[in-house]
Ligand binder design. Structure first.
Ligand code: G1P
Length: 280
């Protein structure tokens, strides 16, 4: 059973300035719920209960969110407004939350390595909260857990992107072992269209095996001078130990203004208006 999920949340969110000047980008709400809460709910729904955050300066609102707010809760006790807290209380009651800080922004690989102290030596999930995933039925992370149980190795979620957008993602190619499931043989971080091995882009959901930490330690800085998780994963892929899965569901790039607005409209129409409790 995979119990732990890592949330790298130290990034600055410069695309959303000035909103993110003093507020973590992961606290930006899609309708009435912060992005990071969607991510934690997805991990919880995939069976994980130990939520581990790699935070940074200016991110204190995140630990505060996953804690009791005595004054506020006493104020609204016994009123309808309490219903809005059902979802977050459920997470607080059933999960543990641990935090460590990444003091310098040296890339996603470095952020994941910083989380080693919280994760230990068992396979774990990784959620990049600014990729919002909405699936009918099994959540995207849960789909990856099922594949990990089957293949016993690292699993990444992928989707097809337009060829002129490969420079925004880690891009893979591999052998399709069954429809939508690939054994990865190549991974490149943010390739130009001409260098891209395919248009299959990694999105922010991973199940990683713990040998990744030793591999990251040996991985030199890559694209943009940062330690890239994609480069470390390539080492696992060389040994045949990375599976990529075209997940079922929708994914919104909420790190971009367009994706954020699209997610807001989608969640408002498909969750908020149709089900009172969906966004609690
Ligand atoms: C990171 C990863 C990239 C992946 C992407 C998914 O990039 O480095 O491989 O495709 O997340 O969102 P970032 O978006 O942090 O630049």
């Amino acid at each position: 059973m995979i119990k732990k999920c890592l949330f790298p949340v130290a990034g600055y969110g410069t695309r959303f300035l000035p909103a993110t000047k003093s507020m973590p980008k992961e606290m930006m709400p899609i309708v009435n719920k912060p992005l990071v809460q969607y991510g934690v709910e997805e991990a919880f729904n995939a069976g994980m209960t130990d939520m581990a955050f790699v935070t940074g300066r200016g991110k204190r609102a995140i630990p505060d969110h996953f804690d009791i707010s005595y004054e506020l809760e006493a104020q609204i006790a016994g009123t309808d407004k309490e219903n809005h807290l059902i979802g977050i209380r459920n997470l607080i009651d059933n999960c543990t939350f641990t935090y460590t800080r990444q003091m310098q922004m040296k890339g996603l690989g470095h952020a994941i390595l910083t989380g080693e102290t919280l994760i230990g030596d068992r396979p774990f999930g990784v959620v990049l909260a600014d990729d919002l995933c909405i699936a009918k039925g099994q959540s995207v992370l849960s789909q990856l857990v099922s594949l990990h149980e089957e293949f016993r190795c690292t699993v990444v979620a992928i989707e097809e992107v337009p060829p002129d957008e490969t420079h925004k993602y880690g891009v893979i190619s591999g052998q399709e072992v069954r429809p939508g499931v690939y054994r990865v043989d190549t991974m490149i971080e943010k390739p130009a269209p001409a260098e891209a091995p395919s248009n299959l882009a990694i999105i922010g959901r991973y199940i990683l095996t713990p040998d990744i930490f030793d591999i990251i330690r040996k991985t030199p800085p890559g694209r943009n001078g940062e330690v890239q998780i994609t480069d470390a994963l390539m080492e696992q892929a060389r040994a045949g130990n990375v599976i990529a899965c075209k997940f079922s569901g929708k994914r919104f790039d909420c790190g971009s203004v367009d994706g954020f607005v699209e997610a807001t409209n989608y969640c408002y129409e498909n969750l908020y208006l149709t089900d009172d409790s969906a966004l609690d």
